[in-house]
Write a protein that binds this ligand. Structure first.
Ligand SMILES: NC(=O)c1ccc[n+]([C@@H]2O[C@H](COP(=O)([O-])OP(=O)(O)OC[C@H]3O[C@@H](n4cnc5c(N)ncnc54)[C@H](OP(=O)(O)O)[C@@H]3O)[C@@H](O)[C@H]2O)c1
Length: 295
């Protein structure tokens, strides 16, 4: 697994181990016990993959900072398209299957939530690089690749970077959190994204599958749902139009994903926000994630 130190990677590692799979994971900059260091841009990375000879290579990695991608399109394309393509070729050469993650940012946000068959049209460099990766991987690997599109992933994680932690960090100090009032998508609970992905792989599924939560909400609804679940004052989450926020990269406004294909294959895998947050609190209590609230 390339990117085991990240949010989705961390949950993939945990679920794979719990389901009895033998798994080796890597980090790039944030060392964690038991993980090996690997930079996907290193010329030796393809050899590392070939030497492992894994049945499946999961790639929940990349340059995931959307505004950073806008500032450095060459790095965005290298990290989110060319590097996974190189490692996917190495996987194929050693007889394995490749699993990677894409985003609702491949769409223009005019009329989400989107299904797998809807027309794409990315607005920013992150989305363009991800879309190019989808196309090249599909072209070269055919039924040896599974591409999971997801969005607004939240939940317990060791690095504590996702939106739920941002909400907590602001609200526990009584600060107002300004979020875009006109950006819509589906909050997707990280452990569910990981488990659904693994089950798809175990079934031998390939191609493109949307794996996102069942509710389509704006960022204010998302932030307030997180606040409510953790007992914070939800009125501190304040909506501001995207046009006033000065974000570096243009965002698809009406984004989000419909996961009907997943629902047909594996019904009921994705929890809603209230159930996801209840599990989040439980995971923290059991010491399985960084504690954002001191519970
Ligand atoms: N989170 C979301 O809401 C969301 C939505 C749609 C799609 N996705 C996609 O899902 C995937 C996983 O997202 P995430 O939120 O779990 O990301 P994340 O928490 O930012 O984790 C990214 C992982 O990639 C690793 N990485 C970064 N640069 C690398 C490099 N050059 N070589 C090897 N590994 C490298 C990181 O390692 P270190 O941390 O050790 O540096 C980390 O393990 C990404 O492809 C992302 O684009 C995420």
């Amino acid at each position: 697994m390339i990117g085991a130190s990240g949010q989705i990677g961390g949950w993939l590692m945990r679920h794979l181990a719990e389901r009895g799979h033998d798994v080796v994971g890597t980090y790039a900059t944030v060392a964690q016990p038991g993980l090996e260091r690997l930079n996907a841009g290193d010329p030796e990375a393809a050899n590392w993959v070939r030497q492992r000879g894994a049945d499946v290579v999961f790639y929940p990695a990349g340059f995931t900072w959307v505004d950073g991608c806008e500032r450095d399109p060459a790095k965005a394309r290298a990290a989110n398209c060319l590097e996974p393509l190189t490692l996917a070729r190495a996987t194929l050469a050693s007889g394995g299957r490749f699993v990677t993650f894409s985003t609702d940012y491949v769409f223009d946000g005019a009329r989400g939530p989107y299904g797998e068959g809807d027309a794409v049209g990315p607005l920013n460099e992150y989305g363009r690089a991800k879309l190019e990766a989808e196309r090249l991987l599909t072209e070269e690997l055919g039924d040896r690749v599974l591409i999971v599109r997801t969005c607004w992933v939240y939940g317990p994680e060791w690095q504590g970077k996702n939106f739920a932690y941002q909400v907590v960090r602001a609200l526990r100090e009584g600060k107002i959190l300004r979020v875009p009032s006109d950006q819509w998508a589906n909050p997707s609970y990280g452990p569910d994204v990981a488990e659904a992905t693994i089950r798809l792989v175990e079934r031998g599924e390939s191609g493109l599958v949307h794996v996102a939560g069942p509710e389509h909400v704006d960022r204010v609804g998302f932030g307030r749902g997180v606040a409510r679940a953790l007992g914070f004052d939800e009125s501190l989450v304040v909506g501001v139009p995207t046009a006033e926020l000065g974000q570096g990269a243009p965002r698809p406004l009406r984004g989000g994903l419909r996961s009907e294909k997943l629902e047909g294959l594996l019904p009921g895998m994705m929890r809603g926000l209230a159930a996801g947050m209840a599990d989040f609190v439980e995971q923290v209590r059991r010491g399985r994630a960084r504690d954002p609230i001191g519970c």
